[in-house]
Design a protein around this ligand. Structure first.
Ligand code: LLP
Length: 422
């Protein structure tokens, strides 16, 4: 393994987990998550910087508990995520809700629970202000800076659906003023897996400047998007360097602005990505003439990133020994689509049926994007705890349970197994 990719959980432990809980299973290392939270907490010692974890990256309640315990609040993007955080005991003032095409019911639900709403369209701002005169809210702007690891996750660009246009901020202020609503926060998020840290710094500059228009300003939220290296030759995001540059700028801003303003960042991937492994088992080795396939018991229904974004995830055979020679394989899933390839042309130790594979850096946007496509069961999730144990944090359902759940949800579950309900 290259230094960029130490396994967060050692192979013996992974074998033990596979033996006990089976595969496919997402395995997370609590230590890694805590260390990464701590790294972030130390980055801006002299500034009022607060960290909100982007729940969408990994919303397993046990993971959220760990991150809350490290002093993070939560960045949510749906009413369901808001409810999840509340039901886990998070106080409303630690939940930030960035709406996106929010319904009235979602707006009233969140507002009635005392959640800060981050509003990204003039239409929604108007209906919020009409419903809650005299209250406060945050606005999301579209900074026209574009970045992200793929066009599908680049959110700040000119044609993006997100945020209020810069040239319409004054309209937002007029709407708020008409209803005595104070806009106390301003937010932007330029994309996920930012390639150029300069773009994040440029976004900060834009937000600092735009915030001067807000008389009631109490916070600025710079969003998330901090990348992690997926390939061995990719370097890590230099957070210390970034924080140094950002600190200078934020300090200068605070000195000039003469009032208490807090700053938020909302990383998801950076916090949990490297902490997660998808453990899978090889069940088929197939020579298709020009390509040799390693067939596994998982697929893009469990890890969508390679199929959706051409994303690269390192694959490690934790059972085979490279001293027996290596071979180049396509690592394939078990979904009935030819696009279900988890890794192309991977040089691995000679592999056989029964070997276990560790697919790395899947702690973010792995399980949260998993589905029942092909009606398959979801993976189990296991946490390797800081005190050296491992425990299931989401049980696997059997094939029978998965199908019965589906029949139940669709109103087709019959107690008489032979009867069809029509
Ligand atoms: N804040 C907002 C408003 C966001 O929309 C996102 C991510 C984040 C924060 C956290 O971004 P992060 O720090 O995790 O990059 N499924 C894609 C990523 C989509 C991210 C969407 N928004 C992937 O697997 O790469």
């Amino acid at each position: 393994m290259q230094p960029n990719h130490p396994l967060p959980v050692d192979p013996d432990r992974l074998h033990a987990i596979a033996g006990k809980w089976g595969t496919p299973t997402y395995v997370y290392a609590e230590d890694t998550i805590r260390e990464r939270c701590l790294t972030l907490q130390k980055l801006f010692p002299d500034l009022p910087v607060f960290w909100l974890y982007a729940v969408k990256a990994n919303d397993n309640p046990h993971i959220l508990d760990i991150i809350a315990d490290e002093g993070f609040g939560f960045d949510t993007v749906s009413y369901e995520e808001v409810l999840l955080c509340l039901k886990l005991g998070t106080s409303p003032d630690k939940i930030f809700y960035t709406e996106n095409n929010m319904t009235d019911a979602e707006m009233h639900g969140a507002a009635s629970k005392g959640i800060v709403l981050n509003i990204g369209s003039l239409g929604r701002l108007k209906s919020y202000c009409e419903s809650y005169p005299g209250s406060k809210c945050c606005i999301r702007i579209k900074p026209d800076i574009s970045d992200g690891h793929h066009a599908k996750v680049d959110t700040g660009n000119l044609d993006s659906k997100f945020g209020i246009r810069m040239d319409r901020i004054s309209d937002a202020l007029d709407i708020a003023c008409e209803h005595q609503v104070s806009i106390h926060g301003i937010h932007a998020h330029i994309g996920s897996g930012i390639r150029e840290p300069e773009n994040l710094l440029a976004e900060i500059e834009i937000l600092l400047n735009a915030s001067r228009q807000l008389d009631d300003l109490t916070f600025i939220n710079f969003g998330g998007g901090m990348p992690i290296p997926y390939r061995n030759d990719e370097s890590s995001f230099d957070f210390n360097h970034f924080a140094g540059l950002a600190s200078n700028r934020l300090n200068t801003f605070l000195k000039k602005c003469n009032r208490p303003v807090s700053f938020f960042f909302e990383p998801g991937r950076w916090v949990v990505g490297p902490a997660g492994i998808l453990l899978a088992q090889v069940n088929t080795v197939k020579d298709q003439g020009r390509k040799l396939f390693l067939g596994t018991d998982t697929g893009f229904n469990h890890l969508l990133r390679p199929a959706l974004y051409d994303a690269y995830h390192e694959v490690v055979n934790i059972s085979a020994d490279s001293e027996d020679g290596t071979q180049t394989y396509h690592v394939a899933g078990n979904i009935c689509e030819s696009g279900d390839i988890l890794g192309f042309d991977r040089k691995l130790p000679k592999s056989s049926s029964g070997d276990y594979l560790a697919i790395l850096d899947v702690g973010a946007y792995g399980m949260t994007m998993a589905s029942h496509y092909n009606r398959r069961a979801l993976p189990a999730e296991v946490l390797v705890t800081s005190d050296g144990f491992h425990k299931t944090i989401r049980k696997r359902k059997t094939a029978d349970e998965t199908v019965d759940d589906f029949l139940n949800e669709t109103g087709k579950l019959s107690t008489d197994k032979n009867a069809r309900t029509v």
